[in-house]
Design a protein around this ligand. Structure first.
Ligand SMILES: Nc1ncnc2c1ncn2[C@@H]1O[C@H](COP(=O)(O)OP(=O)(O)OP(=O)(O)O)[C@@H](O)[C@H]1O
Length: 922
């Protein structure tokens, strides 16, 4: 540990400071700042370390063995790989070879083409040219499932855990059938798998609730469990603290020792020097050579990547940096941290260190007013109560979750950069495009953001360049306090140094900066003060000057040991990978069953019963056998078409043509299942078979067209299915301009008049089928795969799930079931009415959504859709019972729908979160 730390909450005196080195960030405040000559001391970036650490020697045996195996056939051979995205040549004639037992690092600056190469090997990116073979077999198709079947398993840079699924489900989904157990044993298998690697993570938790480091570890375990021939880790250690990194490096060694090859993409060159046998360098998409790791140094690698000499010094800092207090926090506490007292001074950079999950990020968010917290935060003497008020006081927060929290995916790069300062780029409330362009171009130059043009979407940028876009927006706002989580995650060495200089410059201009980082060497080189956190409390404060990676890691390791000594879970945690107190606890069966979805369904059933009782109080025939039968008849086609729609909603689509399909089905029934010219109804078997056959064929045709338009042509589902709705309705009208053509009474006899108690048999059969299908969705790998496609189609595809094929299947199923719902409707209307199904278009969407389905996909259930449909049918019959006029009946239906929606999963989850936080605080 370092010298005696000052008590937390009291701080050493800080002096004023000046702009260091190149001052890329300038503000009015900066020019006002008193500048003093400083005693400077610089720290070299850890990546420049040329002496291997002690643990490095364990790689020697692997290297020797890899050298010995060099004669074995390569497990991965790539040659002449090229890929162009519009104006950007992402890869240009790149080759690579991985021998069995080899750990091969792939390095390069942001945008140099590493992820593109990984994408080509893993099947997510189609190459323009080049040859690829995995495990000795040539790979021609760009499909993840193909690469995986050849033996290449990838942990992607931006992850592929589906947040809404549990950890166990994610592990199960990504593991090939040969390596996973029966579906019913999934949880215990997943738990054993994680435990066998030393992780104490509750596998029944949703993946989104895990800290980023744990998520990365779960993904790595999943990949290793596949026993790949080629394991590809694309910046898979970026969110890990030093302990997590140690574990992953050891895992890589084990995988290589078993004879597989590892392709390790990283910006952390110290890790390359510790683990890699050979290193391939890319620059601007071009190959810069493959080198023996033992014969090179990080500095040489950096210069090969940059193509120029690079100064690896951190920016200067002063021993007594710091001006006036700009932020005060007292008694600040929230979920996972506190109470904490803190003062931040102008001109300083404060680092929050600790093992992953010890409260650093929650504290940062608490300071920003983002999460619910107790205590008080003031900036410039004014209280911060929410993130909105934080921004008003000049405080900004930058999340490490680029995709979801830092960037606006639908806006261009230029818009993302200029968004925070639109006021200063406008005159008379109108943004001056020239001024904005100039501002954006300058930011792109200053932060060296590699873009084709600023009109691109941020999703088209490499990970590190996305980070620079987010950072440039935040820094342009000239904040008083900058709170930033993992500022250099996924950023290359040269750009990291740029970012350090920008942060130092903004501090020198009078701001206070707080940085959370899993990279202790970054905190040691950058910060003026380092607060080490353990179990949600600040336990040690280190002065930045003089701090080293070792002293910081040492401080939190000591704290952990002290805590573990007196801790009942100490032994378990010590055996585990994560030093942090796991924020997760095993949940009881009851708590697990009380999901938002089950609560919602229960609420809907209660609502249904209340409605029925109310109707009965107004009309005492409502709950009699004929009354119930009438409501059931009303519900019958609606339940069927709601179920049809659910299949498409499940995979993230929507089909607005279902009502039209029902109509055409009715019209077709008036042709193919019609009363004969002699008035005969036809044979039961003949009419039923013809009806079902015609309806299903109609559905397959319309569903096939819908799928083609959405999947192959790329039209958004709503637009595509509106187009088919028009065509299908038109055909129905051409066939029957007015209601005509009697439909055989056989349909009514079979589908309406056969009953079980007061309920039509057809409805009972339908409900049983829906329950069985729901069980299939919940209890089988096939159902899980379908839900995964809806929750995140991209990630599902990465896991080798044929997402496009499954979506196509669902469109076809949806239209076919809608065709069958049309047969039921035909039985009820009895005539070829060309408008019969029109009112079902919106009801078919409303019912499953009422029952818990989400337009974004992956949620809800068929039973939920059926309950939603029943509520809508009930409300329709209530309108009759109450003898409401048209206007009142609309208001009534609207209020009812609103009530049902209040029981939505999201509202319930919010309420539960609120109650949980209140409970945790009390
Ligand atoms: N889908 C896409 N559309 C357009 N351009 C793209 C797309 N994907 C990547 N690029 C561009 O291709 C180049 C190489 O990107 P790639 O992601 O392979 O780089 P990288 O070396 O992995 O970078 P990083 O270290 O930042 O992840 C970049 O200039 C990037 O902007």
């Amino acid at each position: 540990m370092g010298p005696d730390p000052p008590p937390v909450g009291r701080h050493p005196r800080h002096g004023a400071c000046s702009v260091a080195g190149p001052a890329p960030y300038r503000s009015a405040r900066q020019t006002r700042q008193t500048r003093q000559t400083r005693q400077t001391r610089q720290t070299r970036l850890t990546c420049a370390r040329e002496v291997p650490t002690v643990s490095d020697h364990s790689t020697t045996a692997v290297r020797d063995r890899a050298a010995g195996d060099a004669g074995g056939a390569p497990l991965l051979t790539a040659s002449g790989l090229s890929k162009r995205y519009g104006a950007v040549q992402a890869l240009d004639d790149v080759g690579l070879e991985l021998a069995p037992g080899e750990i091969h690092a792939l390095v390069g600056e942001n945008g140099s083409g590493k992820s593109t190469l990984v994408g080509i090997v893993s099947g997510t990116v189609a190459r323009d040219r080049g040859e690829l073979s995995i495990g000795g077999r040539s790979v021609t198709a760009a499909r993840p499932a193909v690469s995986q079947s050849h033996g290449a398993v990838t942990v992607f840079q931006d992850g592929s855990l589906i947040g809404d699924l549990s950890v166990a489900q994610n592990l199960y989904l990504g593991t090939p059938a040969s390596h996973r157990p029966k579906f019913g044993q999934m949880v215990s298998w997943a738990q054993d798998l994680l435990n066998s690697h030393g992780f104490d993570i509750d596998t029944t938790l949703r993946a989104s609730t895990l800290p980023p480091g744990d998520r990365q570890l779960v993904e790595i375990v999943r990949a290793v469990a596949c026993e790949p021939k080629v394991l590809i880790l694309d910046e898979a250690t970026s969110a890990l603290d030093s302990h997590g990194v140690d574990i992953v490096l050891e895992l890589m060694r084990r995988v290589a020792a078993a004879g597989s090859a590892v392709l390790f993409v990283t910006h952390r060159l110290s890790e390359v020097m510790r683990v890699a046998d050979r290193v391939t360098v890319l620059r601007d998409g071009r190959f810069q050579g493959t080198h023996d790791a033992s014969g090179t140094t990080p500095k040489k690698l950096v210069e090969l990547m940059a193509g120029t000499r690079v100064d690896l010094e951190f920016p200067d800092r002063e021993p007594d940096a710091g001006g006036d207090v700009v932020l005060t926090a007292s008694g600040l506490e929230g979920l996972g941290y506190g109470p904490i007292d803190l003062e931040l001074r102008a001109g300083t950079i404060v680092g929050l260190a600790g093992a992953d999950g010890n409260g650093q990020l929650p504290l940062l968010k608490g300071l920003a007013g983002i999460d619910d917290h107790g205590g008080r935060v003031e900036v410039g003497g004014k209280a911060v109560r929410s993130y909105g008020s934080a921004v008003d006081r000049g405080m900004v927060y930058l999340s490490s979750d680029r995709r979801n929290e830092s960037l606006f995916g639908g806006l261009t790069i230029g818009d993302n950069i200029g968004l925070g300062v639109l006021g200063s780029l406008s005159s008379g409330g109108v943004v001056r495009l020239g001024r904005e362009r100039e501002f954006v171009d300058e930011a792109v130059d200053r932060y060296r953001i590699r873009v084709g043009h600023t009109g691109q979407l941020p999703t088209e940028l490499s990970g590190g360049n996305q980070q620079k876009v987010a950072l440039s927006r935040v820094l342009a706002m000239e904040p008083t306090v900058v709170l930033i989580d993992e500022p250099t995650q996924g950023v290359d060495v040269r750009s990291r140094l740029d970012i350090y200089r920008f942060l130092r410059a903004i501090a020198d201009s009078g701001s206070a900066v707080v940085v959370v980082s899993s990279d202790a060497s970054e905190l040691a080189g950058l910060c003026d003060r380092i607060l080490v956190m353990s179990r949600g409390k600040v336990t040690t404060e280190l002065a930045g000057l003089g701090a080293t990676e070792e002293s910081i890691v040492g401080a939190f390791a000591v704290e952990h040991e002290l805590a573990a000594d007196g801790d009942v879970v100490g032994e378990e945690a010590a055996a585990g990978i994560s030093d942090a107190p796991s924020p997760v606890r095993r949940r009881s069966w009851l708590r697990r069953s009380l999901t938002a979805e089950s609560i919602r369904l229960a609420a809907l059933v209660v609502l249904m019963v209340l409605l029925a009782l109310f109707a009965q109080s107004r009309n005492d025939t409502f709950l009699t056998q004929p009354g119930i039968y009438n409501v059931a008849l009303l519900a019958l086609p609606l339940v069927a078409v709601a179920a049809a729609q659910y299949f498409v909603l499940l995979v993230g689509g929507i089909d607005v043509s279902v009502g039209a399909v029902m109509t055409l089905s009715v019209v077709l029934m008036s042709e193919w299942a019609a009363v004969g010219a002699d008035g005969s109804p036809g044979s039961t078997g003949g009419v039923m078979l013809t009806s079902l056959g015609v309806a299903i064929l109609l559905g397959v045709a319309v569903g096939g067209v819908n799928a083609l338009l959405v999947e192959k042509v790329g039209i958004t589902p709503v637009i595509a299915t509106i187009a088919t709705l028009g065509v299908v309705s038109g055909i129905a009208l051409i066939m029957r301009p007015t209601a005509d053509g009697l439909i055989s009474p056989v349909l009514a006899q079979e589908l309406m008049l056969r009953v079980v108690g007061p309920i039509p048999t057809s409805l009972v059969v339908l409900l049983v089928l829906l329950v069985v299908a729901d069980v299939w969705f919940r209890r089988t790998g096939g159902g899980l795969r379908l839900r995964a496609v809806g929750l995140n189609g991209l990630y599902a595809r990465r896991l080798g799930i044929p997402a496009a094929r499954l979506r196509t299947l669902c469109y076809v199923l949806c239209a076919a079931i809608a065709g069958l719902a049309g047969v039921i409707l035909a039985a009820q209307v009895g005539v070829g009415d060309p408008n019969a199904g029109n009112s079902y278009t919106l009801l078919a969407i409303a019912a499953p959504v009422l029952g818990g389905a989400a337009l974004a996909g992956g949620h809800g259930s068929l039973v939920g859709a059926a309950i939603g449909a029943s509520i809508l049918a009930l409300s329709q019959s209530l309108v009759t019972v109450l003898a409401l006029d048209d206007g009142s009946s609309f208001v009534f239906a609207g209020v009812l729908t609103l009530l049902a929606l209040l029981s939505s999963g999201e509202s319930i989850a919010r309420l539960r979160g609120l109650v949980r936080r209140r409970l945790a605080r009390s």
